[in-house]
Ligand binder design. Structure first.
Ligand code: ZN
Length: 176
């Protein structure tokens, strides 16, 4: 006879194998974080760090709340991940972020040696993962990341566009 607990675990394992988490799954989690930023009237960007198929850090942009220009979602997620791993090296970790990282975040990503960066929408004017520059794959740096772009691109861009449209409308109504 199989004890109940064992059978239950076996079922759970089978289900996981049938439906493994993929890039879209983790990007949805990052989008959930972006929504938290949106609700808090922060520029809606969210990030999660994944290690061994598990989310070990989740964060959203908190620049306004913390009055800290460095409080981007990626920076906060990296710090959380370092604490979770107990090391500043995150070589077996992947970072999912809704918008292409800026130069500051890309620098931090290289310093923490993140394995792979997956982002939603590109940032043509300031993106440092291939748009404006590519700090994640500099030949002269001692670490380079794999990059996957365009995961849930429409959703990731839509929440930003919606946020800035709303902010413009509010400013227009103040000045008219
Ligand atoms: Zn940034």
């Amino acid at each position: 006879m199989i004890p109940f607990g064992t059978a239950h675990r076996a079922v759970a394992t089978t289900k996981t194998m049938l439906d493994p988490p993929n890039d879209e799954y983790f990007m949805r989690e990052a989008l959930r974080q972006a929504q938290k930023a949106y609700d808090a009237e922060e520029v809606p960007v969210g990030a999660v760090v994944v290690r061994g198929g598990k989310i070990i850090a989740r964060a959203h942009n908190q620049v306004e709340l913390l009055k800290d220009a460095t409080a981007h979602a990626e920076m906060l997620a990296l710090t959380q991940a370092e604490a979770a791993v107990g090391d500043w090296r995150l070589m077996d970790c992947d970072l999912y972020v809704t918008k292409e990282p800026c130069a500051m975040c890309a620098g931090a990503i290289v310093h923490t040696r993140i394995r792979r960066v997956i982002f939603g929408c590109a940032d043509p004017s300031a993106g440092a993962a291939g748009s404006m520059m590519n700090l994640l794959q500099m030949a002269s740096f001692n670490h380079r990341c794999e990059i996957t772009s365009g995961v849930l691109q429409k959703e990731c861009a839509a929440i930003l566009q919606d946020f800035f449209r709303k902010r413009r409308d509010e400013q227009d109504s103040l000045t008219s």
